[in-house]
Design a protein around this ligand. Structure first.
Ligand SMILES: NC(=O)c1ccc[n+]([C@@H]2O[C@H](COP(=O)([O-])OP(=O)(O)OC[C@H]3O[C@@H](n4cnc5c(N)ncnc54)[C@H](OP(=O)(O)O)[C@@H]3O)[C@@H](O)[C@H]2O)c1
Length: 344
């Protein structure tokens, strides 16, 4: 059986969606229908692809549509999500517009694939920082219970999209050439080259940013723990691809470093997690590691250690490719999960 596949959006996430579909031999009938705001030809996943201007007629007959457009009223899934599901397709959406809405499931396959229902055909994929965190902490929660999460992130420029990746690369070149560094205040507040910016997405009245509250609210929804205590500080760092997170957990029951490592190293208990934690040999995961072939769809975990400043505390560091497991891979895994369950 093969499926008619649509992709809306051809930025770095749309590109990775096609790559992951090809790598996993996802059964696609004919050419995928690729759409963006205007018609042209693009190289996506190394293939020359006809990009159509998004229009209702292109959704007809599709079985599954991956949304990798922008958010908001003029964004791809707000404008076209319902069109896709009305045409009978499953919509799998990277954007944030519907993640917290009633009737939309929010899915990380390693954690809550069972939350998918046939009635809710518009499925949301969480924020990139949330995805990697829940893959890393859900096994610990299942084993001993988590009372409180304190997370600080170190997020790559590609999390903002193609324009931010290009701007950062230009700034590196300007800096190296001894030129004045230029920046677009519509992307980041300051030049990102050689700096870390503790604002991702808009500030709210509380002083938190939207990105921080996405981590709080989305984690609670995915883990079905509406009251879990979570606080986040999200920071943009001068890295092109790969988000890192320092995660501090307060647990319900004691868990030593060795016990935590045993859980995290067990693929049955911790699907999607790869542990790189060998202090004696100075081994721990970094953003440069997570884009390497063996790790590019994994959540890498290291620096696991007891936090002795609280009762039953645990610290860990986790790293993942924000464009793949943080976006594209997660959505393709959702589609594969639908096939496994006979829903697609
Ligand atoms: N980057 C990440 O790490 C990451 C992680 C998780 C989720 N996400 C989410 O994934 C989505 C895509 O991210 P990205 O980084 O690839 O973005 P991007 O570089 O800004 O690319 C967005 C793409 O969407 C298309 N598009 C925008 N509005 C559209 C509309 N109304 N109809 C049809 N196409 C539309 C654009 O078309 P044109 O090319 O024609 O302008 C462009 O190809 C965003 O919602 C983002 O928040 C991103």
């Amino acid at each position: 059986m093969a499926y008619r596949v649509g992709i809306v959006g051809v930025g770095p996430v749309g590109d990775r969606i096609l790559s992951v579909l090809r790598e996993r031999n996802f059964p696609i009938e004919g050419d995928p229908v690729v759409m963006a705001t205007r018609e042209r030809t693009e190289i996506l996943a190394g293939e020359e692809v006809l990009v159509r201007e998004v229009a209702e007629e292109h959704f007809e007959g599709l079985d599954v549509v991956f949304f990798a457009g922008r958010e908001g009223a003029k964004g791809a899934s707000v404008q076209w999500g319902q069109v896709a599901t009305d045409a009978g397709a499953w919509a799998i959406d990277n954007g944030s517009d519907f993640r917290m809405s009633e009737g939309y499931s929010l899915i990380v396959p390693e954690v809550n694939m069972d939350a998918v229902t046939e009635e809710n055909k518009h499925i949301c994929s969480p924020n990139c920082s949330t995805i990697q965190m829940v893959v890393a902490i859900a096994p610990i929660h299942r084993a001993v219970g988590i009372k409180r999460v304190v997370v600080s992130t170190y997020q790559a420029t590609s999390g903002w999209g193609q324009a931010a990746m290009e701007e950062f690369e230009q700034q590196v070149q300007q800096y190296a050439a001894g030129e004045e560094v230029q920046w677009d205040p519509g992307i980041f507040d300051k030049p990102i080259v050689f700096d870390c910016l503790p604002r991702i997405d808009a500030f709210l009245d509380t002083g938190y940013t939207r990105e921080e509250m996405k981590m709080v609210n989305e984690t609670r929804k995915i883990m079905s723990e509406p009251c879990m205590a979570i606080t986040a500080t999200t920071v943009r760092v001068p890295v092109v691809i790969g988000h890192a997170e320092a995660i501090n957990l307060e647990l319900e029951r004691p868990l030593s470093r060795e016990e935590a490592l045993e859980i995290l190293r067990d693929p049955q208990q911790s699907p999607g997690v790869t542990v790189i934690d060998d202090p004696e040999n100075k081994k721990y995961p970094t953003q440069a590691d997570c884009v390497l072939d063996p790790y590019k769809d994994d959540v890498l975990v290291g620096r696991v250690r007891a936090d002795e400043s609280v009762e039953f505390g645990l610290n860990m560091w986790c790293v993942s490719d924000n464009l793949r497991k943080g976006a594209a891979t997660n959505t393709v895994q959702i589609a594969q999960g639908l096939i496994e369950r006979g829903l697609l």
